[in-house]
Design a protein around this ligand. Structure first.
Ligand code: GDP
Ligand code: IMO
Ligand code: MG
Length: 423
């Protein structure tokens, strides 16, 4: 049985949480493959709005097993808060939430190092969520990290101390003014680790291998978006993991020839939170409308998201890198009321018109070239089938499908589970 993937094609916050929740009814297992609590995945159903950071978005479906894969980095303190927030749902967490022994731990000092690194960069800061993601993946690739499996051995606190002491020396090296009380942070950390240790740790690659053999249906849930990928994103303004399809193979131990559908998700416009280039960003009334109607505030940090028109050059690039087989378009409802819509179909770059995503897309080097299309005035949020969609929206969708050469299978018209139209 193949493993299907669902991943974001832009700069994150495309609506992955909502769609994974919607799709879980078709799957036995949902497995997160990278990122950490920098992610904020929002689900809405039965009048409840819920934000998940590390826990996969299939957690609310009876019968589904949720796996936090080896490619994920886990902050026990945030994880505990996520578990606390789930208490009211009466879920049998140890039997439905399984954690890879090979997932790495975010220590309190990783968060401090993140803050120190950002402070030292001044204006050139990445705009990190400051959850310790970069420093934790640095320790992973530097072969110094601590893993979930280490917690099963009696010497884990010694390992912790050695690494935290090293981090303290590194924080001092940065020569920036970071105020912290490590004793207090460690108290929270040790307490949260004890909660974490009550959960079920597994060799997730083995578990998933056996599940595939047994014919279980598996969906791999991505975090962030393709343009934040450590290799293919807008480096250095990226996150520290492979957010693209290949990341699911390394982040879960799934062989490339076992990947099935690659479901790519994008907003009908574009947003970005944090620093870095964004060619179609709007600084006018149109951008302000998208931000307001789309309620574009980060689910993890609450920061305002930057907004702009859909960028097809970037989207095509993401479709290619991921081998997307089907698309999902989110937040079409937010564009209702725009008389004219713009879609960037090429860039002007060094005096030439290009349609590929170049090495450097700094604002000064890339000017978007737009196609204009008629908008729609209708409120989409109450629509439930594709034959209700306005003609101009169908034209917008047809145009994108032709450009991207991949079918758009789902059109989302609101944050709720039910506001989902299949095509
Ligand atoms: P994720 O990180 O990809 O899971 O996305 P986020 O949860 O960070 O951000 C997406 C936001 O858009 C959330 O507040 C969702 O509730 C909301 N959302 C998702 N789909 C739609 C949609 O089709 N229309 C509207 N208006 N909001 C949506
Ligand atoms: P979800 O899964 C949007 C951005 C940060 C920053 C950069 C690096 O909800 O789509 P990091 O904390 O990883 O060091 O930050 O990446 N970023 C996200 N933006 N959605 C996310 O996740 C993000 N996770 C990280 O804003 O620009
Ligand atoms: Mg998000």
């Amino acid at each position: 049985m193949a493993v299907d993937l669902l991943l974001g094609l832009q700069w994150g916050d495309e609506g992955k949480g909502k769609i994974v929740d919607v799709l879980t009814q078709n799957y036995d297992i949902i497995a997160r493959f990278q990122g950490g609590p920098n992610a904020g995945h929002t689900l809405e159903f039965d009048g409840i709005k819920h934000v998940l950071h590390t826990i996969p978005s299939g957690i609310f479906h009876k019968g589904a097993i949720n796996i936090v894969g080896n490619g994920v980095v886990i902050d026990p303190v945030i994880f505990q808060k996520e578990l606390d927030n789930l208490e009211k749902f009466n879920l049998d967490i140890p039997s439905i939430l399984l954690i890879s022994r090979k997932a790495h731990l975010i220590l309190p000092t990783h968060r401090l190092l993140d803050a120190a690194s950002e402070a030292s960069k001044g204006k050139a800061k990445i705009g990190s969520t400051l959850k310790g993601i970069g420093p934790t993946y640095m320790d992973k690739t530097g072969r110094n990290g601590m893993r979930i499996g280490d917690l099963e051995f009696s010497d884990w606190k010694e390992k912790y101390r050695n690494l935290a002491d090293k981090h303290e020396a590194m924080i001092n090296f940065y020569d920036v003014d970071i105020q912290y009380d490590l004793k207090e942070l460690e108290e929270d950390f040790f307490k949260a680790v004890e909660t974490l240790k009550k959960l079920t740790f597994i060799d997730s690659e083995e578990y998933l291998f056996n599940a595939q053999r047994e014919g279980k249906k598996i969906l791999a849930e991505g975090a962030q978006g393709s343009l934040l990928d450590i290799d293919f994103g807008t480096y250095p303004f990226v996150t520290s993991s492979n957010t693209t399809a290949a990341g699911a193979c390394t982040g879960l131990g799934v062989a490339p020839n076992k990947i099935g559908d690659v479901k790519g998700i994008f907003k009908a416009y574009t947003t970005r939170v944090g620093s870095g280039p964004f060619p179609t960003e709007l600084f006018d009334e149109d951008g302000a409308i998208m931000a307001k109607v789309g309620n574009e505030f980060g689910a993890t940090t609450g920061r305002a998201r930057r907004c702009g028109w859909l960028d097809l050059v970037a989207l095509k690039y993401a479709v290619q890198i991921n081998g997307v087989t089907e698309l999902m378009m989110m937040k079409g409802d937010v564009l209702s009321g725009f008389k004219t819509l713009k879609v960037c179909t090429a860039y002007e770059y060094k005096g030439k018109t290009i349609t590929h995503f170049p090495y450097n897309i700094e604002e000064e080097s890339v000017t978007p070239i737009y196609s204009e299309m008629d908008g729609w005035a209708e409120d989409l949020t109450k629509m439930s089938s594709s034959d209700q969609l306005p003609e101009t929206l169908n034209k917008y969708i047809d145009f994108l499908e032709k450009e991207l050469e991949v079918p758009i299978k789902i059109v989302s018209v609101g944050p709720d589970r039910t506001q989902t139209i299949y095509r």
